[in-house]
Write a protein that binds this ligand. Sequence first.
Ligand code: HEM
Length: 427
Amino acid sequence: MTDTDTALRESLELLFASDPDVRRDPWSLWEALHAHGRIFRVGSQVVVSRHADVKATLMDFERFSNRWVEDGSRAAEIIASLNPEQRAAHAEISAFESMYVSRSDGEQHDRLRQIAHRAFTPRKIAELRQSCDRYADDLIVAMLESDEGDFVDELAYVLPLMLIADMLGVPQGERDLIRNWSNRLGLNRGGSDPVALMDAHVALGEFRAYVKDVIAVNRRAPVESNLIAALMDASQDQRMTADELAAMFVVLLFAGHETTTNLIATGLLELHRHPDQWRVLCEAPDMAPQAVEELLRWVSPIQWTLRVAVEDVDFGGETIDAGSTVAVGIAAANRDPLIFDGPARLDLRRPEAKAHIAFGFGTHFCLGASLARLEGEVALRKLATRFPDMEVATEGLEWQGNALLRGLSSLSIRLGRDQQSIPAQAI
Ligand code: HEM
């Protein structure tokens, strides 16, 4: 093993443990992996980093399972390190999470995905544009009340949460509850930090009880929503159990905002770290959909995902052993020089930007991709159109605690003059 191998291994271990220094800038690490063969072993895990291999792994649902919380080398290592009380909490969390569409395999996955998919088609999501626009405008009006503000708190976090709350019949006034439970679940990294594990266990208990009440209310008087209709129909026809229904609410509320928050807030930060690119967008706000694709590639809101090899898998002469936990490097794939020309350059006009894998690939491809694209586009278009002179604090940033869901805890901004309020002849 060379010194570079050892240094890379140590840095990846720190990243997987969400070390604050490494999570601030994981990019040199992901990029370095490309020079290290097709697979790289780190502790009990194997890392896959090339674009083609990441895609192949995500597509191969027969040889790679999504049950990484309870199965595989990393789960075994974590479970062995827990005391009996923590182990019981871990077992309860993984039993519930195994009913998430994102954590299930085979028939169960196909069935759950089919039920929810009905409400997430691009056509159905396009129907939400008006409310997305209205919510974004309302949030901007509120932000205009003070000269400076926290963009995460005041827009990036709230906008996605408002939309998914409407889709699931969750009252807007209860958003902070969801935020609190989601934050605590997000800090639990498969049980590797026992304190975060025990807190996530409590949070999940409260979240489940809350979701049960929301479901009961929706059964009596369903809100008008394609998603509620799809879920209530499926539960009435017994295509999903009561527990699966509750798990669907939790996973959609959780997955339905945090990642998009990270796209919008980190995306805005990156545009201000590259002022030439911010100018490009301000001069042509209709480029917002294209900008979203390049920012998805650039920030990779989900940095990696996990799988467990269910049999030995050959990767160009090297073997991933059955039972290995595989860290599938989405962020690394999004910087693969074989696919992206000058991958370490942010370029909103990049023709191949859409080759990114920020939403995954294959059977588990992000269910909410159209919704996230809509939210990202609306937010960026409005900001670039109305506040081209906005200032964003690009130093002294605070990143939230889980490196896998890389995102800012806060982002100070000053909106500056609102172009919308300036009469046309004055411009
Ligand atoms: C920028 C925002 C988002 C990003 C980057 C993102 C990323 C991803 C990725 C990478 C996966 C695949 C994970 C894997 O294969 O292990 C995924 C799956 C999923 N996402 Fe998203 N997501 C985003 C927004 C959303 C939204 C808004 C929702 C729902 C409202 C959502 C719901 C889901 C669900 C349910 C799955 C599991 C799908 C399945 O297993 O069949 N996501 N997402």
